[in-house]
Design a binder for this molecule. Structure first.
Ligand SMILES: *[C@@H]1O[C@H](CO)[C@@H](O)[C@H](O)[C@H]1NC(C)=O
Ligand SMILES: *[C@@H]1O[C@H](CO)[C@@H](O)[C@H](O)[C@H]1NC(C)=O
Ligand SMILES: *[C@@H]1O[C@H](CO)[C@@H](O)[C@H](O)[C@H]1NC(C)=O
Ligand SMILES: *[C@@H]1O[C@H](CO)[C@@H](O)[C@H](O)[C@H]1NC(C)=O
Ligand SMILES: *[C@@H]1O[C@H](CO)[C@@H](O)[C@H](O)[C@H]1NC(C)=O
Ligand SMILES: *[C@@H]1O[C@H](CO)[C@@H](O)[C@H](O)[C@H]1NC(C)=O
Ligand SMILES: *[C@@H]1O[C@H](CO)[C@@H](O)[C@H](O)[C@H]1NC(C)=O
Ligand SMILES: *[C@@H]1O[C@H](CO)[C@@H](O)[C@H](O)[C@H]1NC(C)=O
Ligand SMILES: *[C@@H]1O[C@H](CO)[C@@H](O)[C@H](O)[C@H]1NC(C)=O
Length: 245
Protein backbone atom coordinates (compact mmCIF):
# COMPACT_ATOMS: atom_id res chain seq x y z
CA UNK A 1 0.00 0.00 0.00
CA UNK A 2 1.21 3.44 -0.88
CA UNK A 3 0.98 5.77 2.10
CA UNK A 4 -0.59 9.19 2.06
CA UNK A 5 2.66 11.21 1.80
CA UNK A 6 3.53 9.32 -1.35
CA UNK A 7 0.10 9.98 -2.80
CA UNK A 8 0.81 13.64 -2.27
CA UNK A 9 4.23 13.10 -3.83
CA UNK A 10 2.78 11.39 -6.89
CA UNK A 11 0.71 14.36 -8.00
CA UNK A 12 3.38 16.80 -6.97
CA UNK A 13 5.91 14.95 -9.09
CA UNK A 14 3.58 15.01 -12.07
CA UNK A 15 3.15 18.73 -11.62
CA UNK A 16 6.92 19.12 -11.62
CA UNK A 17 7.20 16.87 -14.68
CA UNK A 18 4.85 19.13 -16.55
CA UNK A 19 6.95 22.13 -15.56
CA UNK A 20 10.14 20.34 -16.57
CA UNK A 21 8.79 19.32 -19.95
CA UNK A 22 7.48 22.76 -20.66
CA UNK A 23 10.87 24.20 -19.89
CA UNK A 24 12.55 21.54 -21.98
CA UNK A 25 14.44 20.48 -18.89
CA UNK A 26 15.33 16.96 -17.83
CA UNK A 27 12.41 14.60 -17.85
CA UNK A 28 11.13 13.17 -14.63
CA UNK A 29 13.57 10.30 -14.47
CA UNK A 30 12.92 9.82 -10.79
CA UNK A 31 9.34 8.79 -11.26
CA UNK A 32 10.25 5.22 -12.12
CA UNK A 33 12.24 4.71 -8.98
CA UNK A 34 9.65 6.31 -6.75
CA UNK A 35 6.60 4.48 -7.96
CA UNK A 36 6.40 0.80 -8.76
CA UNK A 37 2.93 0.47 -10.16
CA UNK A 38 1.30 0.61 -13.55
CA UNK A 39 0.70 4.22 -14.43
CA UNK A 40 -0.10 5.82 -17.73
CA UNK A 41 0.57 9.50 -18.11
CA UNK A 42 -0.19 11.42 -21.28
CA UNK A 43 1.46 14.72 -22.07
CA UNK A 44 0.28 17.08 -24.76
CA UNK A 45 2.85 16.74 -27.54
CA UNK A 46 3.18 20.48 -28.14
CA UNK A 47 2.41 22.21 -24.86
CA UNK A 48 3.83 19.54 -22.54
CA UNK A 49 0.79 19.73 -20.30
CA UNK A 50 -0.30 16.60 -18.45
CA UNK A 51 -3.56 15.71 -20.18
CA UNK A 52 -4.11 12.12 -19.03
CA UNK A 53 -3.50 10.14 -15.84
CA UNK A 54 -4.44 6.51 -15.43
CA UNK A 55 -3.40 5.09 -12.07
CA UNK A 56 -6.13 2.47 -11.80
CA UNK A 57 -5.45 -0.54 -9.57
CA UNK A 58 -2.28 1.02 -8.16
CA UNK A 59 -2.92 0.36 -4.47
CA UNK A 60 -2.84 4.07 -3.81
CA UNK A 61 -4.06 4.96 -0.36
CA UNK A 62 -4.72 8.29 1.28
CA UNK A 63 -6.85 11.37 0.94
CA UNK A 64 -6.96 13.75 -1.98
CA UNK A 65 -7.27 17.13 -0.25
CA UNK A 66 -8.33 20.27 -2.09
CA UNK A 67 -4.74 21.49 -1.92
CA UNK A 68 -3.43 18.45 -3.83
CA UNK A 69 -1.16 19.14 -6.79
CA UNK A 70 -3.62 17.04 -8.79
CA UNK A 71 -5.81 20.13 -9.05
CA UNK A 72 -2.93 22.17 -10.45
CA UNK A 73 -2.97 19.89 -13.49
CA UNK A 74 -5.68 22.07 -15.00
CA UNK A 75 -5.31 20.68 -18.51
CA UNK A 76 -6.32 17.14 -17.62
CA UNK A 77 -8.75 15.57 -20.07
CA UNK A 78 -8.70 12.00 -18.81
CA UNK A 79 -8.36 10.91 -15.21
CA UNK A 80 -8.71 7.34 -14.01
CA UNK A 81 -8.22 6.82 -10.28
CA UNK A 82 -10.29 3.62 -10.12
CA UNK A 83 -9.60 0.75 -7.74
CA UNK A 84 -7.59 2.67 -5.18
CA UNK A 85 -8.44 3.47 -1.57
CA UNK A 86 -9.03 7.12 -0.77
CA UNK A 87 -10.00 6.24 2.79
CA UNK A 88 -13.64 7.14 2.78
CA UNK A 89 -12.84 10.78 2.08
CA UNK A 90 -15.22 13.19 0.38
CA UNK A 91 -14.89 14.09 -3.25
CA UNK A 92 -13.33 17.55 -3.45
CA UNK A 93 -15.38 20.20 -5.29
CA UNK A 94 -12.20 20.84 -7.24
CA UNK A 95 -12.91 17.74 -9.32
CA UNK A 96 -15.35 20.02 -11.12
CA UNK A 97 -12.72 22.52 -12.12
CA UNK A 98 -10.96 20.65 -14.91
CA UNK A 99 -12.40 22.66 -17.79
CA UNK A 100 -11.48 20.18 -20.52
CA UNK A 101 -12.16 16.92 -18.71
CA UNK A 102 -13.73 14.35 -21.02
CA UNK A 103 -13.20 11.04 -19.18
CA UNK A 104 -13.44 10.82 -15.40
CA UNK A 105 -13.29 7.38 -13.81
CA UNK A 106 -13.64 7.17 -10.03
CA UNK A 107 -15.05 3.67 -9.72
CA UNK A 108 -14.23 1.72 -6.55
CA UNK A 109 -12.16 4.47 -4.92
CA UNK A 110 -13.63 4.43 -1.40
CA UNK A 111 -14.92 7.98 -1.72
CA UNK A 112 -17.99 8.73 0.41
CA UNK A 113 -20.50 11.49 0.94
CA UNK A 114 -22.23 13.82 -1.40
CA UNK A 115 -21.04 14.22 -4.97
CA UNK A 116 -20.25 17.97 -5.13
CA UNK A 117 -22.52 19.89 -7.47
CA UNK A 118 -19.39 21.35 -9.05
CA UNK A 119 -19.18 18.08 -10.99
CA UNK A 120 -21.76 19.67 -13.29
CA UNK A 121 -19.16 22.24 -14.40
CA UNK A 122 -17.47 19.48 -16.41
CA UNK A 123 -19.33 20.46 -19.54
CA UNK A 124 -17.18 18.44 -21.96
CA UNK A 125 -17.71 15.09 -20.30
CA UNK A 126 -17.95 12.06 -22.54
CA UNK A 127 -17.65 9.42 -19.84
CA UNK A 128 -18.31 9.57 -16.10
CA UNK A 129 -17.93 6.55 -13.84
CA UNK A 130 -18.72 6.99 -10.13
CA UNK A 131 -19.61 3.35 -9.50
CA UNK A 132 -19.11 1.37 -6.32
CA UNK A 133 -17.89 3.89 -3.79
CA UNK A 134 -18.97 3.63 -0.17
CA UNK A 135 -22.20 5.55 0.49
CA UNK A 136 -21.64 8.09 -2.25
CA UNK A 137 -24.76 10.16 -2.65
CA UNK A 138 -26.03 12.22 -5.58
CA UNK A 139 -28.60 14.97 -5.04
CA UNK A 140 -31.38 15.57 -7.51
CA UNK A 141 -30.30 19.16 -8.21
CA UNK A 142 -26.69 18.13 -8.93
CA UNK A 143 -27.84 15.45 -11.34
CA UNK A 144 -30.15 17.87 -13.14
CA UNK A 145 -27.38 20.44 -13.47
CA UNK A 146 -25.00 17.77 -14.68
CA UNK A 147 -27.39 16.55 -17.35
CA UNK A 148 -28.36 20.06 -18.43
CA UNK A 149 -24.74 21.03 -19.00
CA UNK A 150 -23.78 18.12 -21.25
CA UNK A 151 -23.92 17.74 -24.98
CA UNK A 152 -21.27 15.09 -25.59
CA UNK A 153 -22.11 12.72 -22.78
CA UNK A 154 -21.87 9.12 -23.88
CA UNK A 155 -21.41 6.96 -20.77
CA UNK A 156 -22.82 7.39 -17.27
CA UNK A 157 -22.02 4.70 -14.71
CA UNK A 158 -23.58 5.20 -11.30
CA UNK A 159 -23.67 1.66 -9.87
CA UNK A 160 -24.50 1.77 -6.13
CA UNK A 161 -24.51 5.55 -5.93
CA UNK A 162 -27.27 6.51 -3.48
CA UNK A 163 -29.95 8.22 -5.57
CA UNK A 164 -32.77 7.83 -3.11
CA UNK A 165 -33.45 11.57 -3.38
CA UNK A 166 -33.31 11.65 -7.16
CA UNK A 167 -36.49 11.91 -9.17
CA UNK A 168 -36.36 9.55 -12.16
CA UNK A 169 -37.73 12.42 -14.25
CA UNK A 170 -34.33 14.05 -13.92
CA UNK A 171 -33.13 11.57 -16.53
CA UNK A 172 -35.64 12.89 -19.02
CA UNK A 173 -33.41 15.26 -20.97
CA UNK A 174 -30.30 13.16 -21.43
CA UNK A 175 -28.12 14.05 -24.37
CA UNK A 176 -28.93 12.14 -27.57
CA UNK A 177 -25.25 11.14 -27.67
CA UNK A 178 -25.80 8.81 -24.70
CA UNK A 179 -24.77 5.21 -25.39
CA UNK A 180 -24.60 3.65 -21.90
CA UNK A 181 -26.48 4.32 -18.70
CA UNK A 182 -25.91 2.18 -15.65
CA UNK A 183 -28.14 2.81 -12.64
CA UNK A 184 -27.70 -0.58 -10.99
CA UNK A 185 -28.69 -0.61 -7.31
CA UNK A 186 -29.12 3.17 -6.99
CA UNK A 187 -32.21 3.15 -4.70
CA UNK A 188 -34.23 4.91 -7.37
CA UNK A 189 -37.96 5.01 -6.87
CA UNK A 190 -40.89 6.28 -8.84
CA UNK A 191 -41.67 6.10 -12.49
CA UNK A 192 -38.82 5.93 -14.97
CA UNK A 193 -39.30 8.27 -17.95
CA UNK A 194 -40.39 6.54 -21.11
CA UNK A 195 -38.36 8.70 -23.48
CA UNK A 196 -35.07 7.12 -22.36
CA UNK A 197 -35.93 4.20 -24.58
CA UNK A 198 -36.04 6.45 -27.59
CA UNK A 199 -32.53 7.85 -27.23
CA UNK A 200 -31.09 7.14 -30.67
CA UNK A 201 -27.70 5.80 -29.62
CA UNK A 202 -28.43 4.03 -26.35
CA UNK A 203 -27.27 0.43 -26.41
CA UNK A 204 -26.71 -0.33 -22.74
CA UNK A 205 -29.20 0.38 -20.00
CA UNK A 206 -29.10 -1.22 -16.58
CA UNK A 207 -31.89 -0.42 -14.13
CA UNK A 208 -31.70 -3.56 -12.01
CA UNK A 209 -31.95 -3.60 -8.20
CA UNK A 210 -34.02 -0.46 -7.85
CA UNK A 211 -36.84 -2.17 -6.05
CA UNK A 212 -39.32 0.66 -6.11
CA UNK A 213 -38.74 1.80 -9.65
CA UNK A 214 -41.62 1.42 -12.05
CA UNK A 215 -42.23 2.29 -15.64
CA UNK A 216 -43.08 0.77 -18.94
CA UNK A 217 -40.94 -0.49 -21.71
CA UNK A 218 -41.99 0.07 -25.28
CA UNK A 219 -42.60 -3.20 -27.05
CA UNK A 220 -42.30 -1.75 -30.53
CA UNK A 221 -40.38 0.79 -32.51
CA UNK A 222 -37.16 0.94 -30.58
CA UNK A 223 -35.39 3.88 -32.09
CA UNK A 224 -32.17 2.80 -30.45
CA UNK A 225 -29.88 -0.17 -30.95
CA UNK A 226 -30.45 -1.26 -27.34
CA UNK A 227 -28.51 -4.51 -27.61
CA UNK A 228 -28.47 -5.38 -23.96
CA UNK A 229 -32.07 -4.39 -23.45
CA UNK A 230 -33.21 -7.77 -22.22
CA UNK A 231 -30.54 -8.14 -19.61
CA UNK A 232 -30.62 -4.54 -18.54
CA UNK A 233 -34.28 -4.07 -17.97
CA UNK A 234 -35.39 -7.61 -17.25
CA UNK A 235 -36.32 -6.84 -13.68
CA UNK A 236 -38.28 -3.75 -14.54
CA UNK A 237 -39.88 -5.74 -17.32
CA UNK A 238 -40.91 -8.53 -15.00
CA UNK A 239 -42.54 -6.25 -12.53
CA UNK A 240 -44.51 -4.34 -15.09
CA UNK A 241 -44.87 -7.06 -17.68
CA UNK A 242 -47.70 -6.46 -20.05
CA UNK A 243 -47.43 -2.71 -19.73
CA UNK A 244 -47.29 -0.82 -22.98
CA UNK A 245 -47.60 2.74 -24.01
C1 LIG B 1 -3.40 20.10 2.60
O1 LIG B 1 -4.58 20.14 3.38
C2 LIG B 1 -4.60 19.17 4.42
C3 LIG B 1 -5.99 19.18 5.07
O2 LIG B 1 -6.53 20.46 5.13
C4 LIG B 1 -3.48 19.48 5.40
O3 LIG B 1 -3.49 18.53 6.46
C5 LIG B 1 -2.15 19.44 4.67
O4 LIG B 1 -1.10 19.80 5.53
C6 LIG B 1 -2.16 20.36 3.47
N1 LIG B 1 -0.94 20.11 2.68
C7 LIG B 1 -0.21 21.09 2.19
C8 LIG B 1 1.00 20.68 1.40
O5 LIG B 1 -0.49 22.26 2.35
C1 LIG C 1 -9.24 23.59 -23.20
O1 LIG C 1 -9.44 23.29 -24.57
C2 LIG C 1 -9.44 24.45 -25.40
C3 LIG C 1 -9.81 24.00 -26.80
O2 LIG C 1 -9.07 22.89 -27.18
C4 LIG C 1 -8.08 25.13 -25.33
O3 LIG C 1 -8.07 26.28 -26.13
C5 LIG C 1 -7.80 25.51 -23.88
O4 LIG C 1 -6.50 26.05 -23.77
C6 LIG C 1 -7.91 24.29 -22.97
N1 LIG C 1 -7.79 24.71 -21.59
C7 LIG C 1 -7.11 24.01 -20.69
C8 LIG C 1 -7.03 24.58 -19.32
O5 LIG C 1 -6.56 22.95 -20.96
C1 LIG D 1 -13.01 2.58 -15.28
O1 LIG D 1 -11.80 1.91 -15.08
C2 LIG D 1 -11.95 0.51 -14.86
C3 LIG D 1 -10.58 -0.09 -14.68
O2 LIG D 1 -10.01 0.32 -13.48
C4 LIG D 1 -12.63 -0.12 -16.05
O3 LIG D 1 -12.87 -1.48 -15.77
C5 LIG D 1 -13.93 0.58 -16.33
O4 LIG D 1 -14.50 0.05 -17.51
C6 LIG D 1 -13.70 2.06 -16.52
N1 LIG D 1 -14.97 2.74 -16.72
C7 LIG D 1 -15.27 3.33 -17.88
C8 LIG D 1 -16.58 4.02 -17.95
O5 LIG D 1 -14.52 3.31 -18.85
C1 LIG E 1 -12.48 2.86 3.22
O1 LIG E 1 -11.88 3.78 4.10
C2 LIG E 1 -12.15 3.52 5.46
C3 LIG E 1 -11.56 4.68 6.27
O2 LIG E 1 -10.17 4.79 6.04
C4 LIG E 1 -11.56 2.17 5.84
O3 LIG E 1 -11.85 1.89 7.20
C5 LIG E 1 -12.16 1.08 4.95
O4 LIG E 1 -11.53 -0.15 5.20
C6 LIG E 1 -11.97 1.44 3.48
N1 LIG E 1 -12.74 0.50 2.68
C7 LIG E 1 -12.24 -0.10 1.62
C8 LIG E 1 -13.16 -1.02 0.91
O5 LIG E 1 -11.10 0.09 1.22
C1 LIG F 1 -9.64 4.17 -17.11
O1 LIG F 1 -10.86 4.80 -17.42
C2 LIG F 1 -11.01 5.17 -18.78
C3 LIG F 1 -12.36 5.84 -18.94
O2 LIG F 1 -12.51 6.90 -18.08
C4 LIG F 1 -10.90 3.98 -19.68
O3 LIG F 1 -10.96 4.38 -21.03
C5 LIG F 1 -9.61 3.25 -19.42
O4 LIG F 1 -9.59 2.06 -20.19
C6 LIG F 1 -9.50 2.90 -17.95
N1 LIG F 1 -8.22 2.27 -17.66
C7 LIG F 1 -8.10 0.94 -17.45
C8 LIG F 1 -6.71 0.45 -17.15
O5 LIG F 1 -9.03 0.16 -17.49
C1 LIG G 1 -22.10 24.52 -16.87
O1 LIG G 1 -20.66 24.54 -16.91
C2 LIG G 1 -20.09 25.83 -16.84
C3 LIG G 1 -18.60 25.68 -16.88
O2 LIG G 1 -18.21 24.77 -17.83
C4 LIG G 1 -20.50 26.52 -15.56
O3 LIG G 1 -20.00 27.84 -15.56
C5 LIG G 1 -22.01 26.56 -15.45
O4 LIG G 1 -22.37 27.07 -14.19
C6 LIG G 1 -22.55 25.13 -15.58
N1 LIG G 1 -24.01 25.16 -15.56
C7 LIG G 1 -24.72 24.48 -14.70
C8 LIG G 1 -26.19 24.54 -14.85
O5 LIG G 1 -24.17 23.79 -13.83
C1 LIG H 1 -36.67 18.72 -19.78
O1 LIG H 1 -36.89 19.55 -20.90
C2 LIG H 1 -38.20 20.09 -20.94
C3 LIG H 1 -38.36 20.83 -22.26
O2 LIG H 1 -37.23 21.61 -22.53
C4 LIG H 1 -38.40 20.99 -19.72
O3 LIG H 1 -39.71 21.51 -19.72
C5 LIG H 1 -38.18 20.16 -18.46
O4 LIG H 1 -38.27 20.99 -17.32
C6 LIG H 1 -36.83 19.48 -18.49
N1 LIG H 1 -36.73 18.59 -17.34
C7 LIG H 1 -35.63 18.48 -16.60
C8 LIG H 1 -35.71 17.53 -15.46
O5 LIG H 1 -34.61 19.09 -16.83
C1 LIG I 1 -40.25 0.40 -1.36
O1 LIG I 1 -41.47 1.06 -0.99
C2 LIG I 1 -42.10 0.48 0.14
C3 LIG I 1 -43.42 1.15 0.34
O2 LIG I 1 -43.31 2.54 0.19
C4 LIG I 1 -41.19 0.62 1.36
O3 LIG I 1 -41.78 0.02 2.49
C5 LIG I 1 -39.86 -0.08 1.06
O4 LIG I 1 -38.96 0.15 2.12
C6 LIG I 1 -39.25 0.46 -0.22
N1 LIG I 1 -38.08 -0.35 -0.57
C7 LIG I 1 -36.92 0.19 -0.92
C8 LIG I 1 -35.81 -0.78 -1.24
O5 LIG I 1 -36.73 1.40 -0.99
C1 LIG J 1 -44.07 1.61 -35.61
O1 LIG J 1 -43.62 2.53 -36.59
C2 LIG J 1 -44.25 2.37 -37.85
C3 LIG J 1 -43.57 3.30 -38.86
O2 LIG J 1 -43.08 4.44 -38.24
C4 LIG J 1 -45.76 2.66 -37.71
O3 LIG J 1 -46.40 2.47 -38.92
C5 LIG J 1 -46.33 1.68 -36.68
O4 LIG J 1 -47.69 1.99 -36.44
C6 LIG J 1 -45.55 1.77 -35.36
N1 LIG J 1 -46.04 0.73 -34.45
C7 LIG J 1 -46.41 0.97 -33.21
C8 LIG J 1 -46.90 -0.20 -32.44
O5 LIG J 1 -46.33 2.09 -32.71
Amino acid sequence: MLLAPRLYLLFHLLYQCQYAIQNRALLCSNSRTHFHFPMTIQFHFITGHVIGIDVSCSQLQGTIHSNSSLFSLQHLQRLNLSYNDFSGSKLSPKFGWFVNMTHLNLTTCNFTGEVPYEISYLSKLVSLDLSRNGNMKLEDSSLQRLIRNQTKLSELFFTQVDMSLVSPNSFMNLSSSLTSLCLYDCQLKGRFPYNIFHLPNLHFLDLRYNHNLTGSIPKYNWSSPLKSKKMAVEELDRRISGCQE
